[in-house]
Design a protein. Structure first.
Ligand code: SF4
Length: 69
């Protein structure tokens, strides 16, 4: 399964939980806002990162376009 990652930077508080849980897919940029390092990933860690984001700033969509997390 390939997941598409979307971050709403206006919601991100920059604590970096996503980058800790899925460092290959997320990083916190110099402005303190999370960035997706890749647009898509097959690593289920992206689901955990989205679920653990305290601000609900991460959405993950599956190959059918359904929101998976
Ligand atoms: S876990 Fe959420 S609030 Fe924290 S840095 Fe990542 S996107 Fe931003």
């Amino acid at each position: 399964m390939t997941y598409r990652i979307v971050i709403d930077g206006s919601l991100c508080s920059g604590f970096g939980t996503c980058a800790e849980l899925a460092p290959d897919q997320f990083e916190v940029g110099p402005d303190g806002i999370a960035l997706a390092r890749v647009g898509e990933s097959d690593d289920p860690a992206v689901l955990d990162a989205a679920a653990q984001c305290p601000m609900g700033a991460i959405a993950v969509f599956d190959e059918a376009g359904e929101q998976a997390a």
